[in-house]
Design a protein around this ligand. Sequence first.
Ligand SMILES: Cc1cc2nc3c(=O)[nH]c(=O)nc-3n(C[C@H](O)[C@H](O)[C@H](O)COP(=O)(O)OP(=O)(O)OC[C@H]3O[C@@H](n4cnc5c(N)ncnc54)[C@H](O)[C@@H]3O)c2cc1C
Length: 321
Amino acid sequence: MAATLVLLETTATNLRSSSLPAVTAARELAKHHGGQVVGVVIGAGVGSAAADAARFVDKVLCFDHPGLASALAETWAPLLAAAVKEGGASALVASATSIGKDVLPRAAALLGAGMASDVVKVLSAKSFRRPTYAGNAITDVEVTTAVVVCTARQTEFAAAAPAASPGAVENRTVAAVGALGSEFVALHATQSARPDLAEARVVVSGGRGMKDKAGFKVLEELTDLLGGALGASRAACDAGMAPNDLQVGQTGKVVAPDLYFAVALSGAIQHLAGMKSSKVIVAINKDPEAPIFQVADYGLVATWEATLPALIAEMKKLKAG
Ligand SMILES: Cc1cc2nc3c(=O)[nH]c(=O)nc-3n(C[C@H](O)[C@H](O)[C@H](O)COP(=O)(O)OP(=O)(O)OC[C@H]3O[C@@H](n4cnc5c(N)ncnc54)[C@H](O)[C@@H]3O)c2cc1C
C-alpha cells in the first residue's frame, strides 16, 4: 500500500515544532501518492514523544533503542530505508534541519532513490520547487526514481495542526545498532534564555558594521526588549563579534520570522538567502546603496550609534508605561 513516511524529530517527551512543516509537506505529497502519512520517531526513551508525534500523523513507527540516542546518519538512515521498503512507501520526507539534511541523503542512497533538497513547494508526485544559487534562481526539479526523497524548507511550509484523531504508535524492534565506526562524542549546546533562532518570531541581526562585541551588546538589549533571537551576518561571526551558530544565510540558519531587524549588515545575496522570506524586514544602514534596502519593508539610512540607543530608550518607555 502506498504511504508517505516523514521523519519526526523529538525531544525526550515531545515532537519538535521544526518537524511540523515536514508533516505539511508530507500531506501534500500524500495527495499525489495516496495512502497514509506515517511518522517515524527514532531515539532512546522516546515512547512518550512518539505518542505526542502521533497527534499529527496517521501512524507512527517508533524505533527506540539506547544506541539510537544521537541522530547519527549511520544509525538512523538504515532504519528509515528499511521502513520505506517494508511499508511499500513511495515518498520519504523530513524538515531541512541539520538532522534532516544529514540523515535523508544517506537514506536516499540506501534506497537508490533520487532526492530533492530544501524544497519550497510540492508540484506533483515527483516534482518540486527549490531555490538554487543562494536563492537567486528558483528551479523546478523532477525525481525520476520510484521512491521520492525530499527535505522541506521549514520556513516555506506551514506548521501542521493536530489531526482529528491521533494515529496509532507501532513500536518496532531494533535488533542491533551498528554505527559503521562513527561515534557520537559530545553535544555542546548553546545555553540561551532567548528563543531558538530558527523558530523565533522576531530576529535581530547585526553585521560587520556593529564593529565589535560591545556593539553586539547594544543589539542584544534591543533583541531582549523585543523578546526575539539574536542573529548575525557571516562577516560578524568570522570577526568574532557573535558566535558562529547565530549566522543567518546560505551557509547559516534559514529564518522567516514575523519581524527581521537587519542592523549594519549589507544584505549580501548569501545573507538574503537565509532571511528574505521574513514577513517584515527593517533595515538600519548608513549606506543608502546597501542591498538590504532592496528587500526591506522599512529602511533607515543612519548609523546604529545614532539610532539604536534612542530606539531602545523609546521601547523601554513603552514597556514601562
Ligand atoms: C559561499 C559563501 C557563503 C556565504 N554564506 C553567508 C551566510 O550564510 N551568511 C552571511 O551573512 N554571509 C555569507 N557569506 C558572506 C557574504 O558574501 C558577505 O560577505 C557577508 O554577508 C557580509 O557581511 P556584512 O554585511 O555584515 O558585512 P559588510 O559587507 O562589511 O557590510 C557591513 C555593512 O554595515 C554598514 N555599516 C557600517 N558601519 C555602520 C554603522 N555604524 N551603522 C550602520 N551601518 C553601518 C555598511 O554600510 C555595510 O553595508 C557567504 C559568502 C560566500 C562566498
